[in-house]
Design a protein around this ligand. Structure first.
Ligand SMILES: NC(=O)c1ccc[n+]([C@@H]2O[C@H](COP(=O)([O-])OP(=O)(O)OC[C@H]3O[C@@H](n4cnc5c(N)ncnc54)[C@H](O)[C@@H]3O)[C@@H](O)[C@H]2O)c1
Ligand SMILES: O=c1ccn([C@@H]2O[C@H](COP(=O)(O)OP(=O)(O)O[C@H]3O[C@H](CO)[C@@H](O)[C@H](O)[C@H]3O)[C@@H](O)[C@H]2O)c(=O)[nH]1
Length: 333
């Protein structure tokens, strides 16, 4: 191991859905990890045994400085934030505070402490309604909701801080994250589920009576929206690869995270039915405001920049792991 591989990594939001999978991936690689999380949407039980949790706010600079010093942090992976798009439309200032203002505090604390590596959870929502597919990183960023804007502003703070200070970063723009740890150690536990595959899993397990397809009159092959679904464990591996990239002295990067292929809502739901062997109760509803017809990642840049090979890209694997996790949640009560 190089010196930096022995340093402890700080994962903000590590008790949440994606962060907890990244903690597992880092631990599987033998890395020392500390989680900072306020448990607002995350859960203590998502953090594996032997991983320290600092329970607190990612905007608390005194806590950050103390945590950096106490644990000898060399890299920050920043997942903490608010993620519900419609809520961001209703409460924009809450989203700018939690996602942008607190990221400002975190980046500033890193600069002050001389922490030179930063990995950030960004989103395809920074692109808004792009008119060309696949969406590469050169596509103009035109977010159409405060959530996307709050994330894009953090990307800008990182870009400008990296130009001015001894800081290198990787911003990963996630497309549609889904699925669960293949070993059943973590998965999505949303109080308010909005994601298609999560809602389908809740319907399969009887927690919802039926699922609504938000519009079947889009200009796509079957009329429903197309998305690039990425397995959360592959996404976690991309973070480990980004960490290695920075440790090896690699330059700052903004990278899409997807597979470069899309599935329609109907195709996803057909896969759910195939995996369960049962019909899924569903009906066609109206379009949901702000949904782009199709989002598919351009993945040339991540392929060329990171040493990352997806291992769970089959839609069947994504859906089956999400269903297995949901069944586990229901059994646990
Ligand atoms: N889920 C997706 O499809 C998706 C897509 C694109 C980007 N992202 C980004 O990935 C990151 C993680 O998302 P997720 O799906 O795991 O969400 P999540 O809600 O499961 O995780 C967020 C975590 O951050 C913690 N947190 C929130 N505000 C905090 C604060 N002020 N201080 C400390 N901890 C705080 C929560 O308790 C939770 O554990 C977010 O930044 C999100 O914007 C998610
Ligand atoms: O009950 C449902 C839920 C969703 N959908 C549709 O399924 C597709 C996917 O929706 P969803 O799973 O909510 O994901 P997106 O709206 O595509 O947004 C996700 O993906 C974005 C990046 O692509 C991220 O920025 C967001 O945080 C994340 O929620 C969309 O066409 C929805 O209209 C339905 O038809 N019925």
């Amino acid at each position: 191991m190089t010196t930096s591989e022995n340093e402890t990594v700080l994962v903000t939001g590590g008790a949440g859905y994606i962060g907890s999978h990244v903690v597992l991936a880092l631990r599987d690689q033998g890395r020392a990890v500390v989680v900072l999380d306020d448990l607002s949407t995350g859960r203590r039980s998502a953090i594996p045994d032997g991983t320290a949790l600092v329970e607190g706010d990612v905007g608390d600079k005194a806590l950050l400085a103390e945590t950096f010093a106490r644990h000898g942090i060399g890299t920050v992976l920043h997942f903490a934030g608010s993620i519900v798009v419609p809520e961001s439309v209703e409460r924009p200032l809450a989203y700018y505070r939690n996602n942008t203002v607190k990221s400002h505090a975190l980046i500033e604390a890193c600069v002050e402490a001389g922490i030179g590596r930063f990995i950030f959870s960004s989103t395809a929502a920074v692109y808004g309604m792009p008119d060309r597919l696949p969406i590469d990183e050169q596509t103009p960023t035109k977010p159409i909701n405060p959530y996307g804007s709050s994330k894009l502003m953090t990307e800008w703070m990182l870009r400008d801080s990296a130009a001015a200070h001894d800081l290198r970063y990787v911003a990963l723009r996630y497309f549609n994250v889904a699925g669960a740890d293949p070993q059943g150690r973590s998965g999505q536990v949303s109080k308010v589920a909005t994601h298609l595959i999560k809602i389908a899993a809740q319907t399969v397990t009887g927690q919802r009576a039926e699922l609504q397809i938000y519009g079947d009159d889009y200009d796509t092959a079957d009329g429903t929206c197309v998305r690039d679904y990425i397995h959360v464990s592959d996404l976690a591996d991309a973070h480990v690869a980004a960490l290695r990239h920075l440790e090896a002295g690699g330059a700052s990067e903004v990278l899409n995270c997807g597979y470069g292929r899309g599935y329609s809502v109907r195709e996803v739901l057909a896969m759910v039915e195939r995996v369960t062997g049962k019909p899924l109760p569903m009906r066609i509803g109206p379009r949901r405001a702000g949904d782009p017809p199709a989002l598919v990642a351009g993945v040339e840049r991540i392929g060329r920049t990171l040493d990352w090979t997806p291992r769970h890209a089959e839609l069947e694997t994504i859906v089956a792991s999400a269903l297995a996790w949901e069944e586990r949640l229901v059994r646990q009560g």
